[in-house]
Design a protein around this ligand. Structure first.
Ligand code: ADP
Ligand code: ASP
Ligand code: MG
Length: 428
């Protein structure tokens, strides 16, 4: 018989070790072997004196499989549903991370690291009710901290929290990055290490441009733009959170040791190029409404119903009108195209347009750099580089530190490489 402990450790008075969050993405936990390998990395940090919160993704491919099952189950036999109950979607897709959290805790115990797994609701990580793309409202860390004080490291299922009504809520695809940064902020961690299948943040996706160069450091602002413009190495919201809470994020390979890329404040970066990176979104779609009246309220009558239908509109252009009528073009994710056109057709009487043209074969390419704030001619250089390759630009948008263009999808690779060259981003 084991005796009951006389006293549990009081987390408030126990001496506090420095803390670290270590996040492992899908390929880094794709099987038990990889999980063991990741566990060794965790043990190394434990031996350096850290209390570690490990945040895990589902095994590679697992979340896609779960999403497929949801679409299959919500449709008639042989079909796949475009709309489904988001609460049940969350109940299903959150399960991938539960498996890896338990396996990681076991792998850690097996190599002598005391560890306990935590599902989102157990922590709890409290999210809002926007199922499928929930936002984190707060993390109650008291129970975790109590366990740290007792010498137990934490393995947390990423990508999930508990909604106000007590149901599991997921944080959007790629959301384990956001879980990791949120835990780093809530626990006051020294760093948030994001282990993935590349050894850092590159000037563009190294899978598309093998000459891409790894960046030693990148500012929060630039990383935020790159992520939101398609560089999926970090989920956009994770960068937003890191920037707001000044969490130092390190992107590293789980396959080899190396310094990775530090995402940090602009002031910590000595020199930077005018353009730091090229991002792209492959699966975009473009919709043009022909012959729309050029009068106040028209844009609202178009984009109001789209917003209500949950269609994310990205770039928007409106031509000048000659006879009181104009054409209005916008872009959206290819996945949203069907919903967008159905919504507009349904609202046609209220909007009033002559025709609707949809193009589902477009892609978006963007250049990003804080240096653009103080340099003129960057957009011009971009357009010239694309023109030299015969790539036609369909829509352009700019902000202080980025320029984006919509082009035919078949030119995507060509355009990314041309811009990478034009701005001399490759390794020397
Ligand atoms: P994880 O499963 O570890 O979260 P992801 O697949 O979500 O990994 O993100 C890593 C991938 O991001 C890389 O394999 C790479 O193809 C892609 N990627 C896109 N843009 C970049 C970039 N600029 N730098 C590094 N990786 C990038
Ligand atoms: N497993 C989830 C996804 O594939 C979350 C993540 O990996 O970050 O989107
Ligand atoms: Mg990811």
């Amino acid at each position: 018989m084991t005796a009951a402990p006389l006293a549990t450790v009081d987390a408030a008075t126990a001496p506090r070790k420095p803390r670290l969050v270590m996040k492992f993405g899908g390929t880094s936990v794709r099987d038990v072997d990889r999980i063991r390998h990741a566990a060794l990395k965790v043990r190394r940090e434990v031996e350096r004196g850290y209390d570690v919160a490990v945040v895990v993704s589902a095994m590679a491919g697992e979340t896609n499989k779960l999403v497929d099952w949801v679409r299959e189950a919500a449709a008639a036999p042989g079909e796949r549903a475009a709309f489904y109950d988001a609460r049940e979607y969350d109940a299903v897709v959150a399960s991938g991370e539960l498996v890896t959290a338990g396996l990681m805790a076991l792998a850690l115990q097996q190599i002598g690291v005391p560890a306990r797994s935590w599902q989102g609701w157990q922590v709890p990580l409290v999210a809002n009710a926007a199922h499928g793309a929930a936002r984190i409202e707060r993390i109650e860390t008291a129970a975790l901290e109590q366990k740290f004080a007792e010498g137990l490291h934490a393995v947390i299922a990423g990508f999930q929290g508990v909604s106000p009504e007590g149901r599991v809520a997921t944080l959007g695809r790629g959301g384990s990055d956001t879980s990791a940064v949120a835990f780093a902020a809530a626990l006051g961690a020294e760093r948030c290490d994001i282990y993935t299948d590349v050894d850092g943040v590159y000037t563009t996706d190294p899978r598309l441009e093998p000459r891409a160069r790894k960046l030693d450091r990148i500012s929060y602002e630039e990383m935020l733009e790159l992520a939101s413009l398609g560089a999926k190495v970090l989920q956009t919201r994770s960068v937003e959170l890191a920037m707001r809470h000044r969490v130092r994020v390190n992107v590293l390979s789980s396959f080899e040791d190396g310094p990775g890329t530090l995402v940090c404040a602009e002031e910590e970066i000595m020199e930077s190029k005018v353009v730091s990176g090229v991002a792209f979104q492959r699966d975009e779609a473009k919709v043009t409404l022909l012959g729309v009246a050029d009068r106040p309220g028209v844009a609202a009558s178009v984009f109001g119903p789209l917003a209500e239908a949950g269609v994310n509109v990205d770039m928007i252009v409106q031509n000048i009108s000659e006879d009181g009528l104009t054409d209005m073009t916008f872009s959206t994710a290819a996945d949203d195209l069907e919903r967008a056109t159905a919504t507009l057709e349904a609202a046609r009487a209220g909007i009033g347009f002559r025709g609707l043209v949809a193009d589902r074969d477009v892609a978006k390419v963007s250049i990003v750099g804080i240096g653009m704030r103080s340099h003129a001619g960057v957009a011009q250089k971009m357009f010239a580089a694309l023109a030299a390759e015969g790539v036609n630009i369909k829509v352009i948008t700019t902000s202080e530190i980025k320029v984006s263009v919509l082009i035919d999808r078949k030119y995507l690779e060509l355009a990314v490489r041309a811009l990478h060259d034009a701005f001399e981003l490759h390794a020397d």
